[in-house]
Design a protein around this ligand. Structure first.
Ligand code: NAP
Length: 350
């Protein structure tokens, strides 16, 4: 057995190198050709039934407007019902023929079952499931409460919420040859400090839905979205606290986001709906953020050093003194790289 592994240690790298050299150009050309075909024959969404989780703010809210504009019928879900009703009204004004609102907490398996059942009972079918609901917490691993409740809450919403809802939606999506959109994150590879469990939840989503794509084959297409920074309540600084409440911490947001440009939620939603309609496997938005994957792949040490140098203040100093925030404050870049919507600490309440 050892001999086989020694042989593979020698052969596998060179085989891979030559395969890359020969296969990359034709595969890139083929994919380019396919993407043109997919754009031409992109799905017409008029009358299609779309469930969006986490539709009460941010990217999910703008997905409701974008799907609505294209004539899709919508089931909007989240916990803040009043916000959902207002968004439903606007989606109708923009062109959606029918919108229902379902109050649901995706961290609860029964709510996920109910939101799919209510949608199918009302519309008779399901074409797109958008797993968008998500929360973030900003906390060093060693500072987390020892019972791990803070970290489990992130996994329960971000990972399990998407998995539960998908479990109940798949039979209906198979019937309609439908699609799943999954909101992962560039944080699944750019592992910024203080968000270890958020980053892990997003990496878990990517691994889970990449596997599910193989299991479901062509019956249900899956688009995994990996946004960089996009305007929303999360980039306003809304983070889950140790006591289980959500609180806006804009200082901490400044440390984490620093002077990286934040993309618009409407542009992100438009790109997501385009990608899902074409049946793309992956989408990163803003698209320039894709280069960060290469930095992480080829220079992981450099990425780690940058985070350590920029995101931490001197021992004993408050986090507001981290270089990442000082650069933002000193240059006045906040007004340039942050949309005005995320400069205010006001978030919607129900
Ligand atoms: N903004 C970014 O830069 C960025 C980057 C990468 C990935 N993402 C991902 O994009 C997705 C959307 O987030 P966002 O940035 O648009 O933030 P957001 O404005 O805070 O929206 C999050 C949505 O999720 C809902 N939600 C949270 N917990 C829920 C639960 N237990 N059950 C049901 N709904 C729940 C919230 O509604 P209620 O509070 O009313 O329930 C809200 O509608 C998230 O998965 C996030 O991780 C965002």
């Amino acid at each position: 057995m050892d001999l086989i592994h020694k042989f593979l240690n020698l052969v596998a790298p060179s085989f891979t190198f030559f395969s890359f050299v020969f296969l990359l150009p034709p595969i890139y050309f083929f994919n380019f050709f396919l993407s043109i075909l997919r754009s031409v024959f992109s799905e017409n969404l008029a009358g299609k039934v779309v469930v969006i989780t986490g539709a009460s703010s941010g990217i999910g809210e703008h997905l409701a407007y974008e799907y609505g504009r294209r004539g899709a019928r919508l089931a909007l879900t989240a916990r803040r019902e009043k916000s959902l009703q207002e968004i439903a009204d606007r989606a109708r004004d923009l062109g959606s023929p029918d919108v229902i609102v379902i109050r649901a907490d995706v961290s609860k398996v029964d709510d996920c079952r109910r939101l799919v059942e209510e949608t199918v009972n009302h519309f008779g079918r399901l074409d797109h499931l958008v797993n968008n609901a998500g929360i973030n917490t900003v906390c060093m691993f060693e500072d987390a409460p020892p019972d791990m409740s803070l970290f489990r809450a992130i996994m329960d919403t971000n990972f399990w919420g998407s998995v539960y809802t998908t479990r109940f939606a798949v039979p209906h999506l198979k019937t309609s040859k439908g699609k799943i959109v999954v909101m992962s994150s560039a944080a699944s590879w750019m592992n910024d400090p203080r968000t270890s469990v958020y980053n892990a939840s997003k990496a878990a989503l990517t691994a889970f839905f990449d596997t599910l794509r193989i299991e479901l084959g062509s019956e249900v297409k899956i688009t995994i979205v990996t946004p960089g920074f996009i305007e929303s309540e999360i980039t306003q600084g809304k983070f889950l606290q140790r006591d289980g409440n959500m609180e806006v911490q804009q200082d901490m947001r400044d440390v984490q986001v620093s002077s990286i440009p934040v993309g618009s939620a409407s542009g992100c939603a438009q790109a997501i709906v385009n990608s899902a309609s074409k049946g793309d496997r992956y989408l990163t938005q803003p698209s320039w953020f894709r280069v960060t994957y290469l930095w992480k792949l080829f220079f992981p040490e450099l990425v780690e050093w940058s985070y350590r140098l920029s995101h931490f203040s001197r021992p004993g100093a408050p986090h507001q003194q981290a270089p990442s925030k000082k650069i933002l404050d000193f240059t006045g870049l906040k007004n340039v790289v942050y949309p005005s919507s995320i400069q205010s600490p006001e978030i919607k309440t129900d």
